[in-house]
Design a protein around this ligand. Sequence first.
Ligand code: FBP
Length: 332
Amino acid sequence: MDHAADAHRTDLMTITRFVLNEQTKHPESRGDFSILLSHIVLGCKFVCTAVNKGEDQKKLDVLSNEVFIKALVSSGRTCILVSEEDEEATFVEPANRGKYCVVFDPLDGSSNIDCGVSIGTIFGIYMIKDGHEPTLDDVLQPGMNMLAAGYCMYGSSCTLVLSTGSGVNGFTLDPSLGEFILTHPDIKIPKKGKIYSVNEGNAKNWDGPTSKYVQSCKYPADGSSPKSLRYIGSMVADVHRTLLYGGIFLYPGDKKSPNGKLRVLYEVFPMSFLMEQAGGQAFTGKQRVQFLRILSALDLVPEKIHERSPIFLGSYDDVEEIKKLYAAEEQN
Ligand SMILES: O=P(O)(O)OC[C@H]1O[C@](O)(COP(=O)(O)O)[C@@H](O)[C@@H]1O
């Protein structure tokens, strides 16, 4: 191997090094974010090992939640935690308190565990406003206000995808080092994709725009090739494929569940944040036009911590199509 290749192979960009580098662009930063992130990373490594050991679903759900709550509290950098597993938000006691709020789903898609489908942890990070007692309003903020978001996918390898608001980067766990190494720098989603991803089992209850959109994926009116359906039913895996290959992921509302299934704070927002940072779009179909601008999913202001919302996210052009169909319905 020549010297240049060798230097590249030995110059390991770990996630910690990467985030510390990014933080040097913010002179006011005191390293708190890097410390918080290292605790999230620790949780991900633990869950990755537990998933690989093949523990049963119930146990893994509870275990993952406990690990993340304890890692986040002990970081000393958090004040409010919202987990999919806990009905109430956790307010960190003053002695351990920091300025960050973390919203997370410790093990999303866990109903798929027993058949070996990839599952993951999803998280989003907000900051409280200076000098006031933390309240639920600190986490009931639009996704636009998130400082960072990411997911870790536990599959054939363990991949952590992160955005701190300046692009999206992917890191793969090197088990021999126990470190996440940058393997997917500056991820950009293709502008248009060939795949759509939706649970067609709910088709009979969809609204007009969703039905028309899916129909147009199968039978494009302009004579272009149809899109292929790929649906795993595990959000992290479906969104990861969408991010890398392009296309669209849909979990629409329907007659039975007008707000769909997915949760705003720790599913819809973090994934929408990543999509927009990668050059794609995210749209709820509900938040529509304001000041002549069609709203992004990140404009939604949640009223409850476990609120749900329909979501359409992915390649820029593909999401543009569904936005047009909703806009047309609005005018009728
Ligand atoms: O089975 P459906 O209705 O298509 O739902 C699939 C969605 O449900 C989820 O598995 C979340 O549900 P759980 O919280 O029950 O794991 C997502 O990961 C996935 O996108």
